[in-house]
Design a protein around this ligand. Structure first.
Ligand code: HEM
Length: 201
C-alpha cells in the first residue's frame, strides 16, 4: 500500500509491475500484483539459496573436487572477473551442473493433460493434473550410472547426459525457468567468490 501511495516510480520489479498496463490502459489490481511478486520471491530467491547451500555441502564433502576448482581459479587469477573469464571456468560449470543434478532445488512441476494420451501402456485422461519429477529423472539409472555419486567429470562436453529431458533442473518446454541464465550467472559468481576468499567444513 505504501508503494501505491508513493509519488515517485522506481525501476525495480514491483514498480515495473505496478506501471504495467494492457491495451485498454488497465493496470494490475493489488491481488493480481501479489501473485507475480510471490512467484519472483519463491522462484528467484529460494531456488538459488538452495543451489548455493548444496554447492557448499557437496564441495566440503569432496576435497578432490575442491582442489581442482581452486587450481582452475589459480590459473585464471590474473584475469578480471568478466563474462569472458567466467566462460573459461569450465570445471566450475561442470561442478555446478552436477550440484543441480544431485540436489535439484525444485523437485518437480505440474502440468494439465490437454489430450488423452498413453504412456508406457497407461492411459492418461484429458483434464488430469500430472507431476513431472525432476529429482527422480536425475536419479534414473538408465541415464546415469551410479546416479547418487558426485562426479563432475560426467558433465564434461564429451560426457554429457543423453536425451533432451534427462537433465531438467530448470524444467522444460515453454514453461522452462525464465531466470535460468541469470541463476547460472549468480551461482557462478557466488561460487567464485567463495572459492577465492573462504574455506569451510
Ligand atoms: C538455481 C536456480 C533456479 C532453479 C533450479 C529454478 C528452477 C525452475 C523450474 C524447475 C521452473 C519450472 C517450474 C514448472 O515446470 O512449472 C522454474 C520456473 C520459473 N523460474 Fe526458476 N529457477 C531458478 C532460478 C530462478 C531465478 C533467479 C528467477 C528469476 C529471477 C526464476 C524465475 C522463474 C520464473 C518466473 C518461472 C516461471 C516460468 C513460467 O511459468 O513460465 N528462477 N524455475
Amino acid at each position: 500500500m505504501t508503494r501505491r501511495q508513493a509519488t515517485e516510480t522506481g525501476t525495480d520489479a514491483l514498480s515495473l509491475l505496478m506501471q504495467a498496463q494492457d491495451d485498454d490502459g488497465q493496470g494490475l489490481s493489488l491481488e493480481e500484483l501479489k501473485d507475480p511478486i510471490l512467484l519472483l520471491l519463491f522462484a528467484g530467491h529460494e531456488t538459488l539459496t538452495s543451489a548455493i547451500a548444496s554447492y557448499c555441502l557437496l564441495i566440503a564433502q569432496n576435497p578432490n573436487v575442491w582442489e581442482q576448482l581452486r587450481a582452475e581459479q589459480a590459473a585464471l587469477a590474473s584475469l578480471p572477473l568478466t563474462l569472458a573469464t567466467l566462460k573459461q571456468m569450465t570445471y566450475l560449470d561442470q561442478v555446478l551442473r552436477k550440484v543441480l543434478r544431485l540436489v535439484p532445488p525444485v523437485g518437480g512441476g505440474f502440468r494439465t493433460v490437454l489430450q488423452t494420451c498413453e504412456l508406457d501402456g497407461y492411459q492418461i485422461p484429458a483434464g488430469w493434473t500430472v507431476l513431472y519429477a525432476i529429482n527422480q529423472t536425475h536419479l534414473n539409472p538408465d541415464t546415469y550410472t551410479e546416479p547418487e555419486t558426485f562426479c563432475p567429470h560426467r558433465f564434461s562436453p564429451a560426457n554429457s547426459p543423453q536425451g533432451q529431458y534427462s537433465y531438467i533442473p530448470f524444467g522444460g518446454g515453454i514453461r522452462e525457468c525464465l531466470g535460468k541464465e541469470f541463476a547460472r550467472l549468480e551461482m557462478k559468481l557466488f561460487a567464485v567468490h567463495l572459492l577465492k576468499h573462504y574455506t569451510w567444513a
